[in-house]
Design a protein around this ligand. Structure first.
Ligand code: SF4
Length: 261
């Protein structure tokens, strides 16, 4: 059974692999400009990646929580998921399907994030995106969202390492005031909640804010409102390339199996 998810700019259809191949052809026939596949925790076989390419896919969006099996599999809720994800990435490289990688930033992978860019570059991905997770609770594991002031600096260090490795690197879902000079690596993400102190911030119009539950738990002490007129979130060619790569209109196709985080 197909399921639809939409975030304004992106529309995702979730279903079986066989349905994905049908939807790609239908989307192409309807003139959809960009069709991407987002494998679930079980990944895709080499044959499936080749079949998606033959059906006209523009690329894959692969999720990788860490550069080693224990941390990735824990987040994915499936033993063997890391092996499946890396096999998917290598299969995509073998048949020349463009790939980007997304790493959700959690309290559990913050300190192992630095190892991810090397793996992402090694498998020939075009770009890497760190996405700050909202305050979700996973059964048996409690809260998974990181303290922003602790985790975001690790993410920024990892972005710099990714760029040194030749990747385009972006961050989504982080308050702009925590990004410092790397603010132009932010890509658009759904708007969340804002503290009262955000009202006068010069970055308010382009900032995603903070998860509402996070604000209730930790208040707004980590946020630093920018002066009015201090600048917008992003400009220049790099920011445009990141926006083109990680946001904008596209149709996403994913397997029915869901990621728990
Ligand atoms: S102070 Fe608020 S609006 Fe300004 S950048 Fe930080 S979170 Fe965004």
């Amino acid at each position: 059974m197909a399921r639809l998810r939409g975030t304004g700019e992106a529309l995702t259809l979730a279903g079986s692999f066989e349905e994905m191949a049908v939807w790609i052809a239908a989307a192409r026939a309807a003139g959809v400009a960009r069709v991407l596949a987002a494998p679930g925790p079980a990944g895709l076989t080499g044959e499936q990646v080749a079949a998606l390419k033959a059906a006209g896919i523009d690329g894959l969006r692969v999720r990788l929580y860490a550069a080693e099996a224990a941390a990735h599999d824990w987040h994915a809720g499936r033993e063997g998921s890391f092996r499946a994800a890396t096999a998917t990435l290598r299969a995509a490289r073998a048949v020349r399907v463009p790939v980007t990688v997304t790493t959700p930033l959690t309290r559990s992978n913050t300190r192992v994030l630095a190892a991810v860019p090397g793996l992402v570059a090694d498998v020939g991905a075009l770009g890497w995106q760190v996405s700050v997770v909202a305050e979700v609770r996973r059964q048996g594991h409690g809260a998974v969202a990181p303290r922003l002031a602790v985790a975001v600096p690790y993410a920024l260090q990892a972005l710099v390492a990714a760029e040194r490795a030749g990747l385009l690197a972006a961050i989504a879902g982080a308050p702009l005031c925590l990004l410092g000079p790397l603010r132009d690596r932010a890509v658009p993400s759904p708007t969340l909640a804002f503290a009262a102190s955000c009202g006068e911030c010069g970055l308010r119009a382009s900032c995603p804010g903070v998860d509402g539950e996070y604000l209730r738990r930790f208040d707004a002490g980590e946020l630093t409102p920018a002066r009015s007129g201090e600048g917008s979130a992003a400009g220049g060619s790099r920011a445009k390339r990141l926006r083109d790569m990680f946001s904008g209109p596209w149709l996403g196709l994913s397997e029915a199996s869901c990621w728990p985080i």
